[in-house]
Design a protein around this ligand. Structure first.
Ligand SMILES: Cc1cc2nc3c(=O)[nH]c(=O)nc-3n(C[C@H](O)[C@H](O)[C@H](O)COP(=O)(O)OP(=O)(O)OC[C@H]3O[C@@H](n4cnc5c(N)ncnc54)[C@H](O)[C@@H]3O)c2cc1C
Length: 293
């Protein structure tokens, strides 16, 4: 760790362990740029960078990463949910800007209390808005692109606003290239009631009952050829297998959890064991930083 400094445009810059920003609780150090506005974001993008959201789909190496790691803070992590009178109707509202750094779970809870529908299917996804939009995160009950009116994207070339119809989005994919930062979005929500939205959230939440409650980066593998990856790992007898502080969850075999003190090396060890024992090609669901061949 190092003392924080301020960049030319006022971004706070500090070398920190990334473990504190991931849901797995694993990850070595990097130079973290806390950017609060577009000028700071543009400056952070002047040399190789990575953008970190809620860290809920990442396994970051114990050595950390050499690039700058950008975190959206301040106004880029705030939300204006006021309906825009020019774009809202008696049935639907378009909000002001919601920062890419806003935690999705809190946003979904607030929308439920306001009786605003369209994003309740994403309940339980521990992402930030920017990361969830970039992946089009979702469940069978709904996804991020159900509730978007406009997306602001920042690249080293500048800032632009797009409509979802401008993007080639699809299943768990926004069509936004890697490295383009989702800085803010405007939401498009249907007027409903808190009770009706809550009922849908409860329904979507039911599907998570069997998931482990410990530190994890979510599902490890995609379902190969439509077969449940969890079932294949379970059938290979691997539930409860441990390496160091990492374990294949006894509750659900497609989750690797941190029992405390796990390292990225432990997690990689388990991923290798799974691949060897399951015997069919398995594609990772989460991202590795740095990427591995
Ligand atoms: C317990 C648990 C349950 C989960 N359940 C689901 C589920 O039901 N459905 C589902 O789809 N996913 C699920 N996930 C996975 C994860 O939450 C999603 O993939 C989510 O979209 C990751 O968002 P994030 O903000 O955490 O991104 P990160 O993990 O921080 O980053 C993931 C990728 O997004 C990029 N990124 C992050 N922020 C931005 C930004 N502002 N602009 C551009 N790119 C950005 C990063 O550079 C990286 O490439 C789950 C994860 C956990 C731990």
């Amino acid at each position: 760790m190092s003392a924080a400094t301020l960049s030319r445009n006022g971004a706070r810059v500090e070398r920190q362990p990334l473990a504190r920003y991931t849901t797995l609780g694993v990850g070595g150090p990097a130079e973290v740029w806390f950017v609060a506005d577009h000028a700071q974001l543009a400056e952070a993008m002047e040399t190789p960078y990575r953008i970190l959201g809620g860290g809920s789909n990442l396994v970051i190496a114990d050595e950390g990463v050499s690039e700058r790691v950008i975190r959206l803070t301040g106004p880029l992590a705030e939300r204006d949910l006021e309906p825009d009178p020019a774009l809202s109707t008696s049935e639907e509202i378009v909000t002001g800007w919601v920062g890419g750094g806003v935690p999705l779970p809190g946003l979904v809870r607030t929308l439920q209390k306001l009786g605003l529908s369209n994003l309740e299917g994403t309940v339980g996804i521990p992402a930030q808005v920017g990361g969830a939009v970039w992946m089009n995160a979702g469940t069978r009950y709904g996804e991020m692109f159900d509730g978007l009116h406009a997306i602001e994207i920042v690249t080293p070339e500048g800032v632009r606003q797009v409509s979802p119809t401008d993007l080639n989005w699809g299943y768990r994919n926004s069509g936004i290239p890697r490295g383009h930062v989702v800085s803010r979005v405007r939401l498009k929500l249907r007027r409903s009631t808190p009770e009706a939205v809550l009922a849908k959230m409860d329904f979507a939440d039911q599907a998570r009952k069997g998931q482990p409650k410990m530190k994890t980066p979510g599902c490890a593998f995609k379902n190969p050829g439509g077969v449940s990856a969890g079932k294949l790992i379970d059938e290979a007898g691997l539930k409860g297998t441990r390496i160091g502080g990492a374990m294949i969850a006894p509750e659900h075999a497609n989750f690797i959890v941190n029992l405390g003190g796990a390292t990225a090396t432990d997690v990689h060890g388990l991923l290798t064991v799974i691949r060897q024992r399951v015997g069919v090609p398995m594609e990772l669901e989460y991202e590795l930083w740095p990427e591995q061949p």
